[in-house]
Design a protein around this ligand. Sequence first.
Ligand code: G3P
Length: 220
Amino acid sequence: MKFFIDTADVAEIRDLAATGLVDGVTTNPSLVAKTGRDFFEVLREICDVVPGPVSAEVAATDFDTMLAEGQALAKLAANIVIKVPLTPDGLKACKALTDSGTKVNVTLCFSAAQAILAAKAGATYISPFVGRLDDIGSDGMELIADIVEIYQSYPHFTTEVLVASVRNVNHVIESAKMGADVATIPPGVLRAMYKHPLTDKGLDAFLADWAKTGQSILNQ
Ligand code: G3P
């Protein structure tokens, strides 16, 4: 499973990239607005830190402008992936950008029907928003299971399932169990994946017992 970091906060990305576990980054207009910084400047810095796919979302909703914005964003760096919303114009732009060699992440997916359309439009990634489905009492993970099952039936579908709107560690675990290709994970959720009280307790006990030996591994 690939781990993308879901933030536009360059300091957070730099910190987590140092773990060696970060395969890419996803941003969206809300995450960029949260930084209070220039969009293109943020994207350039992120692409310098993470060599993997970096999703940058268009702001337009009409085909022509989405295409122009996507082409402008793609020029920023070779690892830029263009994010478009799952709308008729968005999928038209997805097909045009894909046909011209630009990778596309189709976002704001909330149904299996939408995911089929995105795969037919040649999307590199589909981003089903599991957390927002859970928020309204739907089952976000059920959507992931449906999309994975459908895509497996069509080998010519090359679209990768990129689980988005991840709110907790369980979303990552369940997505992995279902064979989703990617999870885009908020920094706090990725850090939470390391934590278990028994690990902390066990390490404390090892260190206390080692201290009693009075030995040092390096000073031999
Ligand atoms: O990548 C999409 C993600 O940022 C949306 O997450 O928590 O706003 O639903 P959220």
